[in-house]
Design a protein around this ligand. Structure first.
Ligand code: ADP
Ligand code: MG
Length: 578
């Protein structure tokens, strides 16, 4: 007959440890989270042999009194949660009161801690769950925790540990996440007596990002200016789309000081880059979100990486908005980009860089934006303006009816005139600069649509006019069309119109109604607008000029390239000359 027995405290802790402590990196995570919660300004971590032999975390945080130090090792001892009501508003990283006893039950554990105004500190030692009596000890203010011989008393767990180098890599990854998250804290990692990183505290997040990602990407960082709406604050930085990668390894999202992974956030990031990312690529981004802790549930998973937002669409829309502002600081561009008046000699186009604005944050996006203008300008101007060596193309021919061939500085360039035109029409529509050419109908057409479509048509009438439609309500669900885009045949008008209505409806549901809906709309109009048009070589110069006036000349509205280059080196390689 099996006998039901209450587990000993040590056994219960070891069982709990299975949940919280999977490997050395989980110990490090719990310990540094405690240090951050304790208000540390500097956290030093030392590991030996992948953390299996030794992990030591030292902080200069608030420390613990002798009583608290002893109590912190009892299960469910926490200073961070008093009642279940508190669970709704967790701002500290730890709150389960499980970590320290769990760790101490599966290792040789020593903690020393001293509060700022205490004359001496306390040392508590626990060997595989067996606590020694606390004793007074001299030590600096703050807490130092040493964990030796992890899993020495649970061989089944020890067997599952990977190679020391793998465990070390997990620890380093964990620490990098925390260090990125908290630039205001100085971090040091020593691995087998060698310093892996030593990051001084900084008030500037970009300094920390640069320290962790390298100078090259650091220089290209685009700041996401502080965005605040309904209690949700977003700050951070992104890299331009040419740094995008497969997978989300370059996306770091911190929510209320905690690294999180959330598909809503990464999808929103992609959406914000829409039109400039190729299929399957993810933008590189570092975002810090702060929000009312009652609006997000962080208690979903023992390792606390997953979160659940109350209002997913608020988060999504805010991220899209914040990042779009960073990528195209709307008015800012208009202010900064003032192509000087030129007397043109159109044969020699030159790309000039936009002068960088020093004024405020968030404008880095502008600096690499090429502005097209034609050379030759008043003498006075010349000195100030550095001529940027941008792409200079000579049209040399056509390949089938699909591509124009260009002789570029760095090799052969193929232009897809239809993709280029799509980009141009798309941006003109977005800028509301110029509508699509329209053809009047001798006999207006009456279209009977469903009520929802008529509603959308009427609410967005001005967009449809930009697209070349002239329409008015004819009462009930009937719309009278007296003009259609010149690229369209009368018989196609209905299908195209309802297609556009759908593109608006699709995106209206997503929230940031106006712009996003219009972007989808503009992309559709642009695509349809170039469908059947042919091109002549003589038009290519003009087309290139227009294309390079666009914000994103190198891709069409759906992210496919407009220009493809085959470099001289590549050609030489192919001909066996290098
Ligand atoms: P939790 O973090 O979930 O509260 P832990 O077992 O990780 O539970 O820690 C228990 C308690 O010990 C904490 O609530 C905190 O009061 C105290 N503590 C742990 N680490 C530190 C530290 N580095 N500095 C100050 N206090 C600490
Ligand atoms: Mg904790």
């Amino acid at each position: 007959m099996p006998v039901v027995e209450v587990m000993s405290e040590t056994l219960a802790s070891q069982v709990a440890a299975g949940e919280v402590i999977e490997r050395p990196a989980s110990v490090i995570k719990e310990l540094v989270e405690n240090s951050i919660d304790a208000g540390a300004r500097k956290i030093e971590v030392e590991i030996q042999r992948g953390g299996i032999a030794l992990m030591r975390v030292r902080d200069d945080g608030c420390g613990m009194s002798p009583d608290d130090a002893a109590r912190s090792l009892e299960r469910h001892a926490t200073s961070k949660l008093r009642s279940s009501d508190d669970l709704n508003g967790i701002l500290t990283l730890g709150f389960r009161g499980e970590a320290l006893p769990s760790i101490a039950s599966v290792s040789r554990f020593t903690m020393t801690s001293r509060e700022a105004d205490a004359v001496e500190g306390t040392e508590v030692r626990v060997d595989g769950g067996n606590a020694h009596d606390p004793r007074a000890i001299g030590c600096p203010v703050g807490t130092s925790i040493e964990v030796r011989d992890l899993f020495f008393n649970v061989p089944a767990r020890k067997k599952f540990l990977k190679a020391e180098s793998t465990e070390a890599a997990h620890i380093e990854h964990q620490l990098r996440l925390h260090a990125l998250c908290t630039p205001e804290i100085g971090w040091v990692l020593r691995k087998d007596n060698r310093v892996s990183f030593d990051l001084p505290a900084t008030a500037d997040r970009r300094v920390r990002i640069e320290a962790m990602t390298g100078a090259e990407s650091g220089r290209s960082l685009i700041e996401v200016p502080r965005y605040e709406e309904r209690g949700l604050v977003i700050e951070g930085a992104v890299l331009p789309s040419d740094f995008a990668r497969r997978g989300r390894k370059h996306q770091y999202v911190f929510l209320n000081g905690r690294p999180v992974e959330d598909s809503v956030i990464s999808r929103a990031l992609r959406e914000a880059f829409k039109g400039s990312l190729s299929e399957g690529l993810q933008p590189a981004a570092w975002l810090w979100l702060t929000m009312d802790p009652t609006l997000v549930d962080v208690n979903v998973h023992p390792a606390k990486r997953e979160v659940r937002f109350r209002d997913t669409s608020q988060v999504r829309i805010a991220i899209i908005d914040a990042v779009e502002r960073a990528l195209c600081p709307g008015e800012v561009i208009k202010e900064v980009v003032i192509p000087p008046p030129r007397v043109s000699t159109p044969s020699e186009p030159v790309i000039a860089p936009v002068k960088e604005s020093q004024e405020s944050s968030g404008q880095q996006a502008v600096k690499s934006k090429p502005v097209w203008h034609h050379e030759s300008q008043p003498e006075l101007d010349v000195q100030e303006e550095k001529v940027f060596k941008g792409p200079q193309f000579r049209v040399i021919g056509a390949l089938s009816s699909l591509y124009a061939l260009l002789d570029g500085d760095e090799g052969l360039v193929l232009l897809s005139p239809s993709s280029g035109r799509e980009r141009i029409i798309y941006e003109k529509l977005l800028a509301k600069e110029e509508g699509i050419a329209s053809q009047g109908l001798l006999v207006p057409v009456l279209l009977e649509l469903d009520a929802r479509d008529v509603d959308v048509l009427m609410r967005h009438q001005e967009h449809f006019e930009d697209a070349g439609f002239s329409l008015e309500s004819f009462g009930g669900n009937t719309v009278q069309i007296s003009g259609i885009p010149s690229f369209l045949k009368v018989g196609e008008a209905r299908a195209f119109l309802t297609d556009l209505v759908d593109s608006i409806i699709d995106r209206e549901g997503t929230g940031r109604v106006k712009r996003m809906a219009y972007e989808g709309f503009a992309a559709k109009v642009a695509e349809a607008g170039v469908k059947q048009t042919s091109w002549q070589l003589s038009e290519i110069d003009g087309l290139l000029a227009d294309l390079f006036q666009c914000d994103l000349p190198y891709c069409d509205p759906s992210g496919r390239p407009t220009l493809v280059q085959i470099s001289h080196q590549e050609l030489e390689r192919k001909f066996g000359k290098s």
